[in-house]
Design a protein around this ligand. Structure first.
Ligand code: CP
Ligand code: NVA
Length: 307
């Protein structure tokens, strides 16, 4: 069974295939054509955390592909009302694909273990592969072939950063991460994160200097300093991460051809200024829209081209 729990679940050639499907489906939609590649297919979306983009992009995507989706939030009492095994077996007896957004990464792995249908990770504490897929789609749309180009991450090396690191390895992108000590990737986990699929052109730079990270980068990417589930650490995180704000000075160091990316939601005035968010370098709305197109590519690949 093919799942999409982390980027390492797909090889480089599969990654390229999904990006190709996403691009062709996006072009069709822009021409007003809606091909029902997933007629009669049902997606169950299980959420333990809040969402705007992930929910709407999956729901719209399934609708446009001729299928449907159902949203399952607090009412199912995930992990409390019944076991994950029972949830996985029941859900997968009725639907064709499951998307899960959860607190613990272990939960999505457990769902996948017991599911008879593909499981997609819609964000956990350690990964956000759908975001990385869509982000590489956006970068490719703007810059073409990404091999050897440099993507910079500034701030907390979190779940989104981990998936971008894996995606960079798959596509041969240079990934530079500026984070303070304690919020940087742990050198012990890096080889696990990269797995065995680093493509030519990939490189990883870890630094505590945001100006070093953004130098010669095609894109400057940041995310919130306090991810969902980390609210108790809010004050400490804001203090330690404040030198890592993406502002006009940092964007100037990257150069005027560099774009700004953020997975959103953004805390304007903290990790990024209004000035950068609203600048012409900011591609965050295109980036958000591409969640829809990239996930349609992913769904078509998973349901029609694997198994
Ligand atoms: N970027 C992202 O996953 O957004 P949501 O949390 O709104 O789904
Ligand atoms: N790192 C953030 C991403 C939200 C899309 C979080 O996990 O809350």
């Amino acid at each position: 069974m093919q799942h999409f729990i982390t980027i390492n679940d797909i090889r480089s050639d599969e990654f390229h295939r999904i990006l190709e499907l996403s691009a062709s489906i996006k072009q069709q939609v822009k021409r007003g054509e809606y091909q029902h590649y997933l007629a009669n297919k049902m997606l169950a979306m299980v959420f333990e955390k809040q969402s705007l983009r992930t929910r709407v992009s999956f729901e719209t995507g399934m609708f446009q592909l001729g299928g449907s989706s159902t949203y399952l939030g607090n009412e199912i009492g995930f992990g409390k009302r019944e076991s994950i095994k029972d949830i996985a077996e029941v859900l997968s007896s009725m639907v064709d694909v499951i998307m899960f957004r959860g607190m613990k990464h272990q939960s999505v792995e457990d769902l996948a273990r017991y599911s008879a249908v593909p499981v997609i990770n819609g964000l956990t504490d350690s990964a956000h592969p759908c975001q990385a897929l869509a982000d590489m789609f956006t970068l490719r749309e703007i810059f073409g072939d990404l091999r050897g180009k440099k993507l910079s991450w500034v701030g907390d090396a979190n779940n989104v950063a981990a998936s971008l690191l894996q995606a960079s390895a798959r596509l041969g992108v240079k990934f530079s991460v500026a984070a303070p000590s304690g919020y940087q990737f742990d050198s012990n986990v890096i080889s696990n994160l990269i797995g065995d699929g680093a493509a030519e052109g990939f490189d990883l730079e870890l630094t505590d200097d945001p100006f070093k990270a953004v130098k010669n980068a095609i894109a400057v990417y940041t995310d919130v300093w306090v991810s969902m589930g980390q609210e108790a650490e809010e004050e400490e995180r804001k203090k330690i991460l404040s030198p890592y704000q993406v502002n006009a000075e940092l964007m100037a160091a990257a150069g005027h051809n560099a774009i700004f990316l953020h997975c959103l939601p953004a805390r304007r005035g903290l990790e990024v200024t209004d000035e950068v968010m609203d600048s012409s370098q900011s591609k965050v709305i295109q980036q958000a829209e591409n969640r829809l197109h990239a996930q349609k590519g992913l769904l078509v690949w998973l349901l029609n081209e694997t198994r």
